[in-house]
Design a protein around this ligand. Sequence first.
Ligand SMILES: [Zn+2]
Length: 146
Amino acid sequence: MTPLDSKLLTREILLSLWKVHILHHAAEHPVIGQWVLSELRRHGYDISPGTLYPLLKRMERNGWLRSDAAGGDRSRRRRYYNLTTRGATVLAVLREAVAELHHEVVEEAAVPRAARPLRLTPPSVSKAPAKKKNRAGRRRSPPAKG
Ligand SMILES: [Zn+2]
């Protein structure tokens, strides 16, 4: 077994999960970076400010969050991130995706395979007809060797 490449895991997958967390919490109340950091740590993610702040900026550029600076003098001013309408739409899509993912990856996986209801048409098969033609076409003309 190769050791876990945590940087790769973070870059490829966890970063996206953090965004789901952030959208979820911003839907409940405006959030500041420091709060997000401690909340993600509570969930077991050790994320640095150097990772979080650019991520918040990207989410803002995508139109999912809108930030406002608030507070006393300039040095103490904090940036509050609010969920936008577009962010709420993204969150709604993600809630469904996470529920579906959880159902299969967590709930179904907890049931022994033999006890699971037989699935006659797995998603990959039901989508097959449209792609089949191309695949078959490719198979019929293998690259010439010699
Ligand atoms: Zn959370």
